[in-house]
Write a protein that binds this ligand. Structure first.
Ligand code: SF4
Length: 754
């Protein structure tokens, strides 16, 4: 185990350390003396202090030493701006940055990319120079989507990666614990601080049987999402095992892990298996596959390991699913979908089908989808709906171009978009349907919250396998079931589509395509980081004020948000993405998507100091200018969705003190703490209903202590007697220091000064 095997082909000095991992694990085993799940093995083998760390699933905070950090361009800007203020000359752990989120889909890959490079020049220049300066690998625009590049180049079995994007768990397809975090967590690891994670519970998913016909790995996660719902994975790692895993490709496993983000799971992963070995070998990393085989005993769950919850799925019986609209956990098997469309009045015509993205753009996905398109073409049919293809990486694009699948898609009527997020993150200049018009689209992406793809709240967005997307695109209707329904060919004769076929890996190997990687230079001292002081997209950060040490009295409720409040509602993506590096400018989108309980409207709240109604950010700015702190009241799973720390930075920047909810999504809760905010939950969730938007509150912050509820006094606006509500929190001692110092970053800077 003490062989020297490099983590990847790009970096010379970063090795996989199975020896150290197995030593750490031996220490933990001697303490716990119980069979371990694979997820636990990875986490415990990366403990900062395996001897002393308190370890209890669902309770302890683990201090971990990840192997790598990955950032996408939207989140990297703020992460690097924060890292810069820590005053170090290089990142302490291997890090990469990936340009994928800022490329808008309009007229096709090449032109869209060229336009994006022009529009985003100052951001790309900043990232390219900052990466060169601080020893970070930089993947230029056009290289592909972060998670696909990580899978192709950096993920390895047993590794621990954190990524500033919620679909980082994609790396679980290579048996890695790949966890989505906020930029502030990434900054910690770049700066060599241990990274803290509440020890997750472990949900086991046992797969038996074998898929066939139209069923794909995507259908496994669509089914799991249906079972567990968007909240069901919160605080847990989902671990797939059982005989059914042996027949899955690594990329299929990655799809499943990727979309585990939709059930709120910390991450998802598979035990090391043959599919992973084959994929490592196909992507120039056979040495890693062999090394993993030598260490394979520790790259799977121990015999008898116990799961906190166990789900079993028989792949032989699994039907293709279509999930949505508006939420990824509303699953419908294809046999019942047409009826569901009727029963719910979903728009029947399919306007656009979209395949690809980080979730589903493997060689296998593209080949199977192309086989269906070819079948249709052979019958003289093309896509009836609009059809787009987003390759996940330049390597995939070049390979499917060489092998003919792209040509098939184009013949079929498809538009090939840039190797980037595009419509998946709202970067879609959609023109076929006016805003506000109800319509249906279906994609092989992972997330389908209201307005996510095209900014149109009336768009009914469904998610499915690429196979199902192509099939429905041929019919142009949500009523089509390719397993049972016939189509008419160009002469009016009926036929049925053949079940899709396609190779898991390219028989001629992958074609790397254009060179899109920028390695850090040997001599980094001469590099200057490019930030213009007049930029409206980048802004050097100033530290937040420390806590004033007093109880907070008579605070207004900026908004009492009703129902779902995702990070998209708190800090909307789409057109705002371009301000990710400029805190003051992007704060103009704060909470503009949240529904105000007072009037049922978005972005209209009452300013208690003037009595006027105004936009949420404007009212917050007015309070800030007057020195009035404020709070937000939220519902269940507040902050679900993505890892974007802007959703925490913005309320802090605009003078918020606390976010008080029925419950939080994990990443968002941590992000709020990092920025020096107080994420608090109603000890009794029913208390949410006792507060009215116009009430005032006192937060007795001087009583804030680890493990103790925090009292809040509510002063009802109707003049009735004030009453007390107990609020819970999950702060530990070091996190309380973040609050007191004003932020985690202030705490780091303070520590490095002393
Ligand atoms: Fe990009 Fe969509 Fe994947 Fe996020 S989920 S990384 S936006 S393709």
């Amino acid at each position: 185990l003490d062989k020297k095997v490099r983590q990847n082909i790009w970096e010379d000095n970063n090795y996989i350390n199975y020896k150290k991992m197995s030593e750490n694990l031996a220490i933990v085993r001697s303490r716990l003396n119980t069979p371990l799940t694979y997820a636990e093995k990875i986490l415990y083998s990366h403990l900062d202090d395996p001897h002393g760390q308190d370890i209890q699933r669902g309770t302890s905070y683990l201090k971990l030493r990840p192997d790598r950090v990955a950032c996408q361009d939207a989140t990297a800007q703020m992460a690097i701006l924060q890292f810069m203020s820590a005053g170090m000359d290089a990142v302490a752990n291997p890090t990469t940055v990936h340009c994928d989120h800022l490329i808008e889909a309009q007229i096709g890959g090449e032109k869209d990319l060229a336009r994006a490079i022009e529009i985003n020049k100052e951001v790309y220049d900043f990232l390219a120079t900052a990466c060169a300066k601080y020893n970070i690998g930089f993947w230029r625009p056009g290289s592909g989507i972060i998670h696909q590049i990580i899978l192709e180049n950096y993920a390895f079995p047993g590794g621990l990666l954190i990524g500033t994007d919620s679909h980082t768990p994609n790396g679980g397809g290579l048996g890695m614990a790949a966890i989505g975090v906020g930029g502030a967590d990434a900054v910690d690891v770049m700066a060599n601080l241990p990274w803290e994670l509440k020890a997750p519970k472990v949900i086991g998913v046992k797969l038996t049987g074998q898929m066939s016909g139209w069923t794909t790995p995507k259908d496994i996660i669509l089914k799991v999402a249906d079972i567990l719902t968007v909240k069901g994975g919160t605080g847990a790692i989902v671990e797939y095992h059982g005989p059914g895993t042996e027949t899955l490709s690594a990329t299929g496993q990655a799809t499943i892990c990727n979309m585990g983000a939709e059930i709120g799971a910390t991450t998802s992963l598979f035990n090391f298996n043959q599919g992973m070995y084959d994929y490592l070998a196909a992507t120039k990393r056979k040495d890693i596959g062999d090394f993993a085989r030598a260490y394979s005993k520790e790259l799977r769950a121990d015999e008898g390991a116990e799961y906190d919850q166990l789900i079993e799925i028989n792949l032989s019986e699994l039907e293709p699913h279509i999930n949505g609209p508006f939420t990824p956990d509303l699953g419908t098997p294809i046999s019942k979908f047409s009826q569901a469309v009727k029963d719910n009045g979903w728009p029947e015509e399919l306007k656009v089908g979209l395949i690809g993205s980080c979730t589903n753009s493997s060689y296998e996905d593209m080949s199977r989808a192309a086989s269906i398109a070819r079948d249709a073409l052979d019958h003289g049919l093309k896509a009836k709906s609009g059809f787009t293809v987003t390759p996940g990486s330049e390597q995939i694009r070049a390979t499917v171009e060489r092998d003919g699948q792209l040509k098939t898609f184009e013949e079929f009527g498809g538009m090939v978009l840039a190797n980037a997020c595009g419509p998946c993150i709202g970067q879609w200049d959609r023109r076929d349907v006016p805003k506000g018009t109800a319509n249906s689209i279906i994609s092989s992406y992972n997330r389908n919250f209201t307005g996510r793809n095209d900014g149109n709240p009336a768009t009914h967005s469904f998610v499915a396998s690429p196979d199902m997307v192509v099939a429905l695109t041929i019919a142009g209707s949500l009523h089509f079931n390719p397993l049972t329904d016939k189509l008419k060919d160009k002469d009016g004769n009926e036929f049925m589509l053949k079940p899709p076929t396609g190779d898991g890996l390219p028989s001629r190997g992958y074609d790397p395509g254009n060179d899109t990687y920028q390695a850090p230079p040997k001599d980094r001292s001469a590099v200057t980081v490019a930030v213009s002081p007049t930029s409206d997209r980048l802004q050097i950060l100033s530290p937040f004020d420390p806590w004033d040490g007093k109880d907070a009295k008579d605070l207004p409720i900026l908004i009492k948000a009703q129902g779902k409040t995702t990070t998209d509602h708190i800090s909307m993506a789409g057109p705002w993405l371009k301000y990710r590096g400029h805190l003051d400018n992007i704060s103009n989108n704060m909470l503009i998507g949240a529904t105000n309980e007072a009037n049922g409207k978005a972005n209209e709240v009452k300013n208690y100091s003037t009595g006027e109604w105004g936009a949420v950010p404007a009212v917050a700015r007015d309070y800030k200018a007057k020195g009035i702190k404020w709070v937000v009241i939220g519902d269940w799973n507040y902050g679900e969705g993505s890892s974007r720390e802007h959703a925490a930075l913005e309320p802090r920047h605009l003078g918020g003190l606390a976010i008080i909810t029925r419950s939080f999504a994990r990443i968002h809760e941590t992000n709020l703490k990092k920025q020096g905010m107080l994420p608090l939950t109603f000890s009794d969730p029913a208390d949410y209903d006792k507060i009215r938007p116009e009430d005032r509150i006192d937060l007795l912050t001087t009583q804030l202590e680890v493990g103790k509820p925090l009292p809040m006094i509510v002063h009802p606006a109707d003049g009735s007697a004030p009453f007390e509500i107990k609020l819970s929190h999950t702060f530990n001692e070091p996190q309380l220091e973040w609050f007191k110092n004003g932020s985690a970053l202030n705490t780091m800077a303070k520590a490095s000064r002393s």
